[in-house]
Design a protein around this ligand. Structure first.
Ligand code: GN1
Ligand code: MG
Length: 374
């Protein structure tokens, strides 16, 4: 497949000194921002697989700096894994390939940035549908947080400034509504009004952060469960991937983003909002994996406010999808008509359900922390 990409991928094989000759290219179409492909090569009688990505240069203005971030972070994690006696390091941490001149990208004449990453063999990444996988995903992101708890945050380049600054995201939505460039405001007035009515809930963590109550930590910032690879046989978590947005941020947003994605059986792209809800068993399973990893690394207040992150990030994402819809779909890839509006409605349905379940979310979290502290 993709014969038009053959010349480029052959160049990548040569420039990055990859093993073998090109045998197959397959597209992985799950991301909303970058384009990701699997590249298979034949080498003697072996097949090798690499991940190839075209970085969305509109979204990420400095791909080289991102690669430096990622490599510093993955080196740090690798050292931790070695110290812990982990043997299958190659399956537990992602690696970027470098060209002999030290650079991480092939830049095409049309200005596109292409990079090559290691592939985690015998693994799957999926939208999760069972409790053990949810717990495993929680553990994967919890360990990720734990490994980076002593990473020097000040050395990280801010790949997307204000990425999870919900106040700023709401401001962007206001501006998009005011400009109304795609002429869609009248159609989405109800969704817009709902989001504005939830401003207090959406801003609660930003405000605690501004007041110095909640500190910034080095976090993943894009904790969708399909960013964890699992062993096909055992279901055990392997590497955490998609590290473009690793930056200082709030732990509650990592927790919240994972839950809003993984604990919604209806899915992020569901055109039927009545099928979207927060599954409390999934929430509990993810928290059981995640929370124990935080103990000793974060404050009690950070743990106590984890459920607020679930609501805040769901509102934030609804605001981002709606702003993009109003701006004429310029940021997220759209794969169906009015995709950003579909996404907005699904996140709003989810936010409404989460809001009603907040007391339960807090109670379940308390049970989990009490159990750990016994
Ligand atoms: C984007 O492309 P993907 O799926 O890794 C977005 C996230 C959103 C997510 C929603 C850099 O991530 O912030 O939560 O879509 N990434 C960026 O599905 O904006
Ligand atoms: Mg991502």
């Amino acid at each position: 497949m993709y014969p038009e990409l053959y010349p480029l991928f052959k160049t990548l094989i040569r420039e990055f000194n990859l093993k073998g000759t090109l045998s197959e290219i397959r597209c992985i179409s799950t991301g909303n921002i970058n384009d990701t492909y699997l590249l298979n090569t034949s080498f003697n009688c072996w097949e090798r697989t690499y991940l190839v990505q075209r970085v969305n240069h509109n979204v990420f203005s400095n791909p080289e700096r991102i690669a430096e971030n990622v490599c510093n972070v993955t080196d740090h994690i690798e050292n931790k894994l070695r110290a812990a006696g982990v043997t299958d390091i190659r399956r537990r941490v992602l690696r970027y390939y470098r060209k002999p001149d030290g650079s991480y990208y092939h830049i095409t004449e049309d200005g596109n940035y292409w990079r090559v990453l290691s592939y985690v063999y015998s693994s799957v990444n999926s939208s999760l549908s069972d409790i053990p996988h949810l717990r495993s995903a929680g553990l994967a992101f919890g360990e990720f947080q734990q490994y980076l708890s002593d990473f020097p945050a000040e050395t990280l380049y801010e790949t997307i400034p204000d990425f999870h600054n919900t106040k700023k995201r709401y401001e962007d939505l206001r501006i998009a509504a005011k400009n109304n460039v795609a002429g869609r405001l009248a159609e989405v007035q109800e969704e817009y009004d709902y989001l504005m009515s939830m401003e207090r809930e959406a801003f609660v963590l930003c405000e605690l952060n501004e007041q110095g109550v909640l500190p910034n930590r080095v976090v993943h910032n894009d904790t969708k469960c399909n960013n964890v690879m699992f062993d096909v046989e055992t279901g055990k978590h392997l590497a955490v991937i998609d590290l473009d947005t690793v930056m200082p941020g709030l732990v509650a947003y990592d927790f919240g983003d994972a839950v809003r994605f993984a604990a919604n059986p209806g899915g992020e792209d569901n055109p039927n909002p009545s099928e979207v809800y927060l599954d409390l068993d999934y929430y509990k399973a993810f928290a059981e994996g995640f929370v124990p990893c935080l103990l000793g690394n974060v404050t009690d207040k950070e743990i106590e406010t984890l459920p607020d992150g679930v609501l805040a990030i769901t509102l934030e994402l609804a605001a981002r999808f709606l702003a993009d819809y109003l701006n004429g779909d310029v940021y997220f890839k759209c794969k169906m008509p009015r995709h950003n509006l579909v996404r907005t409605k699904a996140q709003i349905a989810l936010a409404k359900d989460i809001y009603g379940k907040m007391p339960k979310l807090r109670a379940l979290l308390k049970d989990i922390t009490a159990e750990i502290n016994v």
